[in-house]
Design a protein around this ligand. Sequence first.
Ligand code: 3H9
Length: 701
Amino acid sequence: MSNPAVHYDVIDGIAVIAIDNPPVNALGHAVRHGLIAALDRAEADSAVKAIVLGCKGRTFSAGADITEFGKPPRDPGLHEVIERFDNSTKPIVAALFGTTLGGGLELSLGCHFRVATADAKMGLPEVKLGLLPGAGGTQRLPRLIGPEKAVAAIVSGKMIGAKAAHADGLIDAIVADPIPGAIDFAKTMLADGRKLVRVRDRSEKITAAKADPSSFDKAASEATKRLAGVEAPAACVQSVRNAFTLPFEDGLAAERGMFMKLVMGDQSRAQRHVFFAEREAQKIPGMLPEVKAAKISRAVVIGGGTMGGGIAMNFANAGIPVTIIETDEQALTRGLDRVRQTYDVSVKRGALPEGATETRMALFSGTTDWARIAEADIVIEAVFEDMDLKKRIFAKLDAHARQGALLATNTSTLDVDAIAQSTKRPADVLGMHFFSPANVMKLLEIVRGKATSHQAIATAIGIGKTMGKVPVVVGNCDGFVGNRMLARRTTECERLMLEGALPQQIDAVVTRFGFPMGPFAMGDLAGLDVGWRIRKHRGVTAPISDALCEQGRFGQKTGRGYYIYENGSRTPAPDPEVETLIVETAARLGIMRRQIDDDEILERMTYPMINEAARILEEGIAIRPSDIDVVWVYGYGWPVWRGGPCFHADLVGLSKIAERLDHYAKATGDAGLAPSALLRQLAGESKGFADFGKAAKVAAE
Ligand code: 3H9
């Protein structure tokens, strides 16, 4: 038998089966085939008394091979492999390490014992791919850790550390070295005459839930709150419930049925698309494999305001010492105090352990001395949006920074090339556009200028990943990718109000679509004065929004904006005064307001942005359509189960979108709404953004 994906060995009467399928030992067809063959061999060898299942490389299996989903199934299926392991008469010990996820954990649950290294983590994250664990996880995990804990773990998809897993009964022992530890465990077990235990036969933890499901119901409703519109979590709950209401085989069959339905559905397709899109976004065409991210041992952030402080926290959170440079001591103290308070709140909420404020703050220093820039491997400028100021700062960075240090600006609007030109090293300059709050939001737009080197981009991607961000490389233009598309939506918001809709109606349509917040509630939260200032600077007007700002209605912080917030409430309440203002403004401008239906609102909240996405691709500002999807999912709350604007557009069909855009361009007289050349071309050829992405990939290779 030769199967390079699964190795077989016998050590002291213990068969060692080891999966070898880098990088994450996904359970693809060759692995499944190899596992059955290896098991056959171990069972047929009378000298083998027990079996150890392990993995080569950096981790135990991270689950089913996601690239196989949506393709015709190939036997043996994972459930069949697991059933074979479960039914083995020779005890099998799984040796876990790294991240044991999804089908990988399910395979280990089909073994009779599990040992893990102390730093191992395990979980069933299928829900993040719009799925439920489909290889017995929803039936076996509750039998080991109880249905209440199982439903929380499966609906959240969160990983469990080895220590907690041991305490909960998910693993049987913690070992120093996975395979040798598992062999020792097997030997001891044989010596003690211990019988193998099948997880399917364990009933202690499910009998209580069967008698009284109230604590399960509570755990399930806690786990699923705020998950409206998403299919997978409800299926997870149903399936875990089956674990204590149905016989094992029936529960397994029901789980399989739900898995098949979800895996064929649009939501899971969308979530799988985002999973791969996020990883694809880090691949830069033309970048040579030898270009590696430079090591960042020390960072400097210029500006200790809300944004600068948040950015600096990302470094400290990753264990990297960071210095904030401010113009005066007072601003410095204010900035550092704000950071400290943010950590304190996280500790109070239990998001960070006790004492975390002090350990993180120990990584911070503050100074007004610009010479300290010389210490840094990376400098991020985060002062307010003023080109002259930024140019002056970059000239100073050029004077003080060591050669090769990465110089980044956090601008969200200004020309990165112009900023880079104020240095003698534009190859080392790029934009790192963080989203507010910078210590929380996952998206990081990396803006490459004309002269930015591959080395600088690789380092920015590397440090972004170290910070736990999702980096996307974009080109230099007004608003880059995210804000440039958002501007289209903002224009439609103003128009829709004038034409007949109200903020609450528009917000309701957008949240029903799946965004966590509508554009008006979002505007009130961020502060309406920000956009007002930008409009004034650019000489553009938005009659209703401008009028609100003129009345000092800046949003939540002033208790009034598009909505009213009474007595410090953070819940937006419709305000009759705003409605009056809208109606009067429309009348003054001679606009006849009309009833606007929700379908039209949704089209206008999404199609103009999709059109802008096509322009962004035409201009090469985004490398591929899926990068735009990543920007919107991680930076703007586009529902992940709708895959991002380009993925969604393909589902709707580009010809329909082009036709509606033509209609709106005519109806509003805004030629900017007419389909872009690329959108028209793809629609005319009955193609989608995915086809454009594939062609771009082939061209890059
Ligand atoms: C499942 O198991 C279903 C079952 O319940 C039922 C079945 C019947 N398959 O993330 P990285 C690739 S569903 C295929 O950059 P890291 C990934 O695309 C599965 N490929 O590394 C990337 O490729 P490339 C449940 C996979 O160290 C490369 O591996 N499991 C898979 O930052 C490296 O990945 C999950 O949802 C896969 N399962 O993180 C776990 N996983 O280099 C998904 C990874 O070409 N995986 N790849 O871009 C993860 O969460 C992370 O990859 C992991 C490693 C934490 C494991």
